[in-house]
Design a protein. Structure first.
Length: 708
């Protein structure tokens, strides 16, 4: 049975990475023969490679230090010797998937722009192929990492009983999600600061002071903005979902191990832990094959047809996974109830994506009404955008809660451990569509960059119209992608928090501390303190990121104005110094990500040591609720402001350069760091704090009871 499990897991990983290779080779064979496109694209490529080098050096130093500390803890017998190496591989594969995805996106930008010469479908396929590299690299490398650890532990422990083997497997793989979490955090935070500082500064000076177009090549910050799109919206989003995919699968494996005794008691069936542990991986493997089929049906020659085709591909993928999961569970388990958890996970993921689309797409009333409010001026559009974002939170939360309750009670059949396993399976089911959903999401920034290249190379109105159509589609897919990322992060975090509970229980037992000391009763003052602090920390975190964008943008605004004054770039006397703006964004991103990183690691450690297990559990649950609501609010408000601006630019309410357009630009500038910096980083905040707590629980439990 174990051999078959490993074969399935490695086969799925190989197929996923084969798609990565195939799409990368296709991109490598495409020729771009337009000198202007090649020149501008080379600036973006240079900036991206410069950012990657600095990003991975700084992140690598921190992961290296963490590896040494974890080795010491392993030597002191607090954690397994597998754990430091698991963290290292989690970080390595996360970085590797981001590298492939980002470099493919840079290549696809120019190809997509070039192929607008031949119509919308051909350029659309180019952008989609670029996005597929990110989508399939994330899933392929995570499954490969899981498979390698499963194999290594199996080989190191060939003679122990299968249930004990599963305990070692699950306790190890749950820790490697810290490596991917930290890399995702740094990519999201640094990438978000980088791109939005450049975008904000370019808009303030270019549009605000001189009335320049979005991607006017005379604007020195334009290239930095395009570099940032690849760093944040491709690599950052990819690593964000890499972390959810890794953490969701690891937490579901852990929940499966904890639930196997309950399954035997509830259903009166005798089975091994390996069956419940491997079902999440089997569903994830199924998602690879289903996504390949779903991706194959996405094609059309009109903008409206493309949007319908994208939905068709995603829905088809979900249907295939639902049918395949039914067969997996039917032939693996004596009872079928857990399939409903898979079904509710798929429904919840698609529902949350649609809600995000409804509140952020110009095809629906909320954004149209927001655009109309721009007639009333800058303050009017800001207030209405905030209102739109805040009212979108409850409906999103209701869908998430209903999906969670259904997965818990129906899939879990009334048992707590089976219910948590059901919620974990729902998270895995939602994430099993990741190859195609991340492909479509990465399409957005590729289309955005392609549209910028077309505008900067002055390729003509016909091609610019195609570029704008692809960019508009990309805005829709990016908005739904953010909703999907938020929902999947919440599900994965719930499963991880349950895993933390099990780790803490094991640590209490190891030190002979009564298990009833772990309580979430409101009669415990430390629980109340944990709830209050947990709600407040995400707001502190978001404020640090928004401030970082503002500080970096201020420096860049001064640089843009200097170049306009001293170099005469608007008159064509000299070329803009693009690299200077890239350097400003890169340095600001690296510098400003240090404090948030220290906060996200140190705060849960201090709370766990000072307040003990009950306080850290209360803190994390409260942080999850607070971060989820804030992330939904920021993502939907920011997306709505962006698309309200584009709706006006299409000719509504006075069109470009009208008073309404200028007010909408202000809304877009406020919304950019909301939806592309602080909001997305909140997804990772809660998961990273949980994985830090899981990793250090054996030590923090010991220190708390030693000191207090």
């Amino acid at each position: 049975m174990e051999s078959l499990n490993l074969v399935i897991l490695f086969l799925a990983a190989i197929v996923s990475l084969s798609v990565l290779i195939f799409k990368s080779r296709w991109l490598g064979k495409q020729e771009v023969k337009e000198p202007k496109l090649i020149e501008i694209s080379s600036y973006i490529k240079t900036g991206v490679l410069s950012f990657i080098k600095r990003q991975y050096m700084s992140s690598g130093i921190v992961i290296g230090l963490a590896f040494i500390i974890l080795l010491v803890l392993a030597y002191l017998n607090f954690i397994s010797f597998f754990t430091p190496f698991a963290v290292l591989t989690g970080a390595f594969f996360s970085a590797l998937s981001a590298y492939f995805g980002m470099t493919a996106a840079v290549r696809a930008n120019a190809i997509t722009a070039h192929y607008t010469k031949y119509g919308i479908n051909r350029s659309f396929r180019a952008a989609l192929n670029g996005g597929a590299v990110m989508g399939f690299s994330v899933c392929g490398f995570v499954l490969l990492d899981l498979g390698l650890w499963y194999l290594a532990i199996y080989l190191f422990n060939p003679n122990i009983p299968i249930n004990e083997l599963m305990q070692i497997v699950t306790s190890t793989v749950i820790t490697f999600s810290f490596g991917s979490s930290f890399m995702a955090f740094m990519a999201r935070v640094a990438g978000g600061i980088f791109t939005k500082a450049a975008d904000f500064a370019a808009d303030v000076v270019g549009k605000g002071d001189y009335g320049l177009e979005e991607d006017d090549p005379r604007n020195p910050a334009t290239i930095a903005d395009n570099v940032g799109d690849n760093a944040s919206d491709v690599a950052g989003m990819g690593q964000d979902l890499n972390e959810s995919y890794a953490g969701g699968n690891a937490a579901a494996m852990e929940a499966g191990y904890q639930a196997f005794n309950s399954y035997n008691l509830v259903f009166g069936a005798a089975l091994t832990a390996s069956l419940l542990v491997m079902i999440p991986l089997a569903i994830s493997a199924l998602g690879i094959f289903a996504s390949i089929i779903g991706l194959a049906v996405i094609r059309s020659n009109t903008y409206e047809g493309l949007l319908k085709s994208v939905r068709k591909g995603i829905y088809l993928t979900s249907i295939i996974i639902a049918i395949g999961a039914a067969l997996i569970i039917y032939f693996s388990l004596p009872n079928f109830w857990l399939w409903f958890s898979v079904l509710f996970g798929l429904i919840t993921g698609n529902a949350i994506s649609f809600i995000s689309e409804y509140y952020t797409s110009a095809d629906y009333k909320p954004v149209q009404e927001l655009a109309k409010k721009a007639i009333g001026g800058h303050a009017s559009v800001i207030v209405d955008g905030i209102s739109l974002g805040t009212r979108s939170v409850l409906v999103t939360a209701l869908v998430l809660v209903l999906g969670m309750l259904a997965a818990f009670f129906i899939g879990g059949h009334g048992d707590y451990h089976l219910g948590i396993y059901g919620v974990s399976l729902a998270a895995v089911a939602m994430l099993s569509t990741l190859p195609i959903t991340l492909t479509v999401d990465a399409f957005g920034p590729i289309a955005d960059n392609a549209q910028g290249l077309i505008e900067m190379s002055e390729s003509g109105e016909k091609r610019l119209k195609i570029g704008n159509s692809l960019d508009a589609l990309g805005n829709t897919t990016a908005a739904t992608g953010k909703g999907y990322a938020i929902g999947s992060a919440a599900f994965a975090a719930i499963a991880l928090i349950n895993a933390l509970w099990n780790v803490i229980s094991g640590a209490l037992d190891k030190h002979s501390i009564p298990i009833d000391s772990l309580s979430l009763s409101i009669s415990d003052i430390w629980v109340i303190v944990g709830l209050i602090l947990g709600a407040a920390v995400p707001w502190l975190f978001a404020s640090k990121l928004l401030q970082a964008v503002g500080d970096a943008a201020f420096i860049m605004i001064l640089e843009i104005k200097r170049q306009i004054k001293e170099l005469g770039i608007l008159e064509g006397k000299n070329k803009p110094d693009y690299q200077k703006c890239i350097d400003i964004s890169t340095k600001a991103a690296q510098r400003s990500s240090v404090v948030p990183a220290l906060l996200v690691i140190s705060i849960p450690l201090l709370i766990a040591i000072i307040g003990g297990p009950s306080m850290i559990m209360a803190f994390l649950l409260s942080s999850l609720a607070s971060a989820f609501c804030q992330a939904v609010y920021m993502a939907n408000a920011g997306g709505a402001w962006d698309n309200a601006k584009k709706y006006i630019e299409s000719g509504m309410f006075g069109g470009k350069n009208s008073p309404a357009h200028k007010a909408a630009i202000t809304g877009d500038m406020v919304g950019d760091p909301f939806k592309d910096t602080a909001g997305p980083a909140l997804n990772i905040l809660i998961k990273l704090m949980v994985t830090v707590s899981i990793l250090t629980a054996p030590v923090t439990v010991y220190l708390h009871y030693l000191i207090f």
